[in-house]
Write a protein that binds this ligand. Structure first.
Ligand code: JHZ
Ligand code: ZN
Length: 415
């Protein structure tokens, strides 16, 4: 694939009626952390433009970057955040409430990263298998005892799994559904790896929360699609899979857990009630009209001005500010707002792989979390705002010494 491809037809319904509502400009890929020796080199930047399909209501990127550039060597790991690990435990319980899972069951995680979700299953004696395209993470997961296949999930790898490992009782895709270009082929793959009575659970940030809470920084090159429930239902029409339940979750500032089964599976389900509730709410807030998208863009432009103004005024008063959480979304905020080393001295992050590196585009150095107490900055800008609670709780010692926090999403707040 060429390094960037323009999208003309909607990924779900093929319509050309894509309404571009927000353009963040040219940005580096959000997990493209740099080594010191790379800092003088020309960094690749890619367009970040988002559009809404007026026909099926799928929000999607107008330009997609070659996945090999983004995922081959991947520095994001879910296990760096306790809240995420807790959510993984919940996902096992979610499955258990719907099907029988025991030591004869197989759980497959698509986009299994370092194997964190499957570790929960393994610790309970359940058979596991991961699939992930990141060479570095497949090595880590395998070393941790989580068997993991290297590759992008689709029909081909699904056939291989079915032949070599058998079919799954439960399959997951957490924060990976949005990353898939050929989503129909992906669902065909899911159908292949599932037992007839098996279920598939996908979890991803929900477009309604994104728009309502000004979460513009979760729009980035990795996230090709921002699903509404309506668009998901249209997607399933041409596949062998169907949705039988949906739940909202607080994770990542608002995400949805979508439960799927094979159309041929006649198990008893709650289906219509929950799904219709989501559809009614989408209709009520105007998710199928341009206005909500235009209003969002206007608010984000205002947010950019107010946050930048506040940070600059603190710097003029010689206040020391640092960042917390070198999240992908953090890199979008820093680049789009134009926050660099003149504003932030450094960023801390619990991910070992990110420490010692520099943020893409803005070149801010990343250290371990302990640096906050060593240097006692006046303000900490929480870039991983989705984990605000966990971060503030963990840093009581800093707060006790008079440390303050700044959060920019959903709106500017000083704590
Ligand atoms: P976090 C990733 O985005 C990438 P990111 C991906 N594309 C996706 O879809 C989303 O996740 C959901 C650090 N941290 O998880 C760890 C601390 O240092 O919000 C992480 O680097 N101390 C797959 O990167 C970052 O913050 C802490 O106490 O935006 C959080 O990144 C905690 C809680 C976190 O995902
Ligand atoms: Zn569409």
């Amino acid at each position: 694939m060429k390094s960037v491809k323009e999208i003309i037809n909607c990924r779900v319904c093929e319509s050309k009626d894509l309404y571009t509502f927000f353009d963040l400009g040219l940005l580096p890929i959000p997990n493209g952390f740099l080594n010191k020796e790379d800092l003088d080199e020309d960094e690749k930047k890619f367009p970040l433009v988002v559009a809404y399909c007026r026909s099926c209501s799928l929000t999607q990127l107008k330009f997609i970057v070659d996945p090999e550039i983004m995922f081959k060597n991947y520095l994001y790991i879910p296990s760096a955040s306790q809240t995420r690990i807790d959510n993984f435990r919940g996902l096992l319980e979610d499955a258990r409430r719907r099907i029988k899972i025991d030591s004869s069951s197989l759980a497959i995680d698509i986009g299994s990263n370092d194997g964190s979700l499957l570790s929960v299953f393994k610790s309970e004696g359940i058979n596991v298998l991961g699939v992930d395209p990141a060479e570095n993470l497949v090595k880590v997961a395998t070393l941790n005892g989580i068997p993991t296949m290297l590759g992008y999930f689709g029909v081909e790898i699904a056939r291989k799994i079915k032949k070599q490992k058998g079919q799954a009782d439960v399959a997951y895709a957490t924060n990976v559904f949005a990353h898939i270009s050929n989503i129909k082929e992906f669902l065909t793959g899911v159908e292949i790896i599932l037992k007839d009575k098996g279920i598939f659970i996908s979890q991803f940030p929900y477009i309604v929360d994104l728009l309502k809470e000004n979460q513009f920084d979760t729009i980035y090159h990795e996230h090709l699609s921002y699903f509404s429930i309506k668009s998901l239902l249209i997607l399933t029409e041409g596949t062998e899979m169907e949705i039988f339940d949906i739940e909202h979750s607080e994770l990542d500032g608002g995400s949805v857990k979508v439960y799927w089964k094979k159309k041929s599976n006649t198990m008893q389900v709650v289906k219509a009630i929950n799904i219709n509730r989501f559809l009614r709410e989408e209709e009520r807030i105007g998710l199928y009209d341009d206005k909500i998208y235009n209003d969002f863009s206007k608010r984000v432009i205002e947010l950019k001005k107010s946050v930048k103004k506040e940070l600059l005024s603190l710097r003029i008063r010689k206040k020391k500010i640092v960042g917390y959480g070198a999240a992908a979304k953090g890199n979008i905020m820093l680049n789009y707002f134009g926050i660099g080393t003149k504003i932030l001295d450094y960023i801390v992050d619990s991910t070992l792989y990110k420490q010692g590196k520099y943020t893409p585009g803005t070149h801010i150095p990343i250290y371990a979390e302990a640096k906050i107490l060593e240097t006692k900055p006046d303000y900490v800008l929480i870039l991983a705002w989705n984990f605000k609670k966990e971060i503030i709780k963990k840093n009581e010692a800093y707060t006790k010494k008079g440390g303050k926090y700044i959060v920019a999403i959903p709106s500017l707040e000083i704590i």
